[in-house]
Design a protein around this ligand. Structure first.
Ligand code: SF4
Length: 212
């Protein structure tokens, strides 16, 4: 990465960590994806049950392979199974020891803003798994919820294309505010702060590009 751009990512990541720490999340700075990956693995105890939220950043870290092959109980929703069996795994994963996930946006008010298709990721972030580990690039930092929604809408076509949904945005590259069954924008959530359960939500902010 260009040195000037890297400098800006570092500034944004430090700013995000300060904001999140002030809002009672367990916030951490990571210089790059590898450092973030090491931090995630350092937080998870061997033998623990683990669920993964849909996230490009997590894919880029190769965590699926690690949790499949390591001494963990993975709620593996990425298996080739009938849809109703995948939904059952997603239901069970709400009781995981750890949920590892990305976030669509972090606001300068300390909010985590997300849009889900099925709702399993955002529901687990809010309640269920004992610990939540959020991994996000500093590029997710935006001013407020309004800016977060704008960001979410700009990346939703990429996510829809990634998961193979035939939504209008996949044809045009921009949100068409569709009204189709395959719509991926179904559950918009705002987590306001990390006050409720001390240390439950850890957030690792990466001073680098990662995910969408
Ligand atoms: S509302 Fe529909 S068109 Fe807009 S981003 Fe979501 S899935 Fe795509």
């Amino acid at each position: 990465m260009n040195e000037n751009k890297k400098w800006q990512y570092r500034c944004l990541a430090k700013e995000a960590v300060d904001i999140l720490g002030d809002n009672h999340y367990d916030a951490h700075y990571a210089e790059n994806l590898q450092e973030a990956k090491d931090m995630v693995l350092g937080m998870i105890t061997e033998g623990a049950s683990v669920a993964l939220g849909g996230s490009i950043t997590i894919e880029e870290m190769g965590l699926l392979k690690i949790f499949r092959e390591g001494n963990y109980k993975l709620f593996d929703r990425y298996q080739k199974l009938p849809h109703d069996e995948i939904i059952e795994i997603q239901r069970q994963s709400l009781l995981a020891d750890f949920l590892i996930t990305g976030t669509n946006a972090i606001t300068r008010n300390g909010e985590l803003v997300n849009m889900d298709c099925s709702g399993n990721r955002v529901s687990g972030m809010i309640f269920g798994p004992k610990r939540v580990i959020v991994v996000a690039s500093a590029s997710k930092l935006v001013d407020d919820v309004e800016a977060a929604i704008k960001r979410i809408k700009s990346i939703a076509p990429l996510n829809s294309r990634r998961i193979g949904h035939e939504t209008p945005c996949v044809r045009t590259g921009k949100c068409m505010d569709c009204n189709v069954k395959k719509r991926i924008c179904n559950y918009l959530t705002v987590i306001n702060h990390g006050w409720k359960f001390d240390g439950r939500i850890s957030i690792i902010v990466i001073a680098d590009e990662a995910g969408f």
